[in-house]
Design a protein. Structure first.
Length: 276
């Protein structure tokens, strides 16, 4: 898959990504919003294609996405990549003046903790179901050992063992509770996080909030922060959502995500009640 067929100075952009990776979705969304052509290197992470020697030369952590520019520069970290992509063509999604500039950058920095929370919820639900249903104990240990680092190995081991009862899920609920509260406050000033205009902040957060919805965990924001549901609906109506996110899911995968998350929801909802 690529962006546009026409030639331009950005035709040599190559994106190493994976279909359901939220960080990959974030970058594909920015490319779609900007209308920038790109060459796809879609890595099948179930086959370990993100851990091959060639890819590890580009990204030693073995994570996606990674962008290789037309000059051969290698850019990692999705929030850094979308800022680079935004600067390639007008109109800019990054506000150019006033407090909206630093507010947008704060959202981009905050994506680090948001990603960790979404990762915990995803591993505690759908990935846990997939892994435990397809691996022997030995295969599981091998899979855990191939995580980017020992801290991540232990986090994943706990999520595989405890599922929604893991303390990592408590942390995720606490993080997202604060994120949704702040999003709700920001959305009082307009349909988008920075007010009247769609910005890089909206682009950065969509994949994460959409993952919560896709897992059937919308109760984390529904009812208490109603503006987020409307923001998500508007975001999903944009053409970029269809090509950057929805196109990478089939019905079977969607069903698995929803079933796994919905099964865990009562335990996750109980954590939310304790906080309130």
């Amino acid at each position: 898959m690529s962006g546009n067929a026409s030639r331009s100075a950005t035709d040599m952009l190559t994106l190493y990504h994976s279909g359901s990776s939220v960080c990959s979705q974030k970058v594909r969304l920015a490319l779609a919003e900007k209308g920038i052509p790109w060459t796809s290197r879609n890595l099948d992470m179930t086959k370990g294609e993100h851990q091959t020697p060639d890819y590890l030369k580009l990204n030693p952590n073995g994570v996606v996405p990674t962008l290789v520019t037309d000059t051969g520069d290698v850019i990692r970290e999705s929030s850094v990549i979308i800022e680079y992509v935004d600067a390639l063509a007008a109109p800019l999604l990054m506000p150019v003046r006033g407090s909206a500039v630093w507010q947008t950058r704060l959202w981009l920095i905050r994506c680090i903790e948001i990603h960790a929370a979404i990762n915990s919820l995803t591993f505690a639900t759908v990935i846990r179901k997939m892994v435990l249903g397809s691996m022997t104990a030995e295969q599981l240990e091998d899979w855990l050992a191939r995580a980017p680092g020992p801290d991540i190995t232990e986090k994943r081991r706990d999520l595989m063992n405890r599922g929604a009862q893991s303390p990592h899920v408590d942390g995720a609920v606490a993080t997202l509770d604060g994120v949704f509260r702040d999003m709700d406050t920001a959305l009082r000033n307009g349909p988008w996080l920075m007010g009247d205009d769609y910005s890089l902040a909206d682009c950065a957060l969509l994949a994460y909030v959409d993952r919560v919805r896709r897992l059937g965990l919308g109760g984390l924001y529904e009812g208490r922060f109603g503006s987020i549901a409307y923001w998500l609906e508007r975001s999903r109506a944009r053409p970029s959502y269809g090509s950057a996110i929805q196109a990478y899911y089939d019905d079977e995968t969607e069903t698995k995500y929803l079933a796994a998350g919905s099964e865990a929801w009562p335990q996750i909802a109980a954590r939310l009640l304790v906080r309130h």
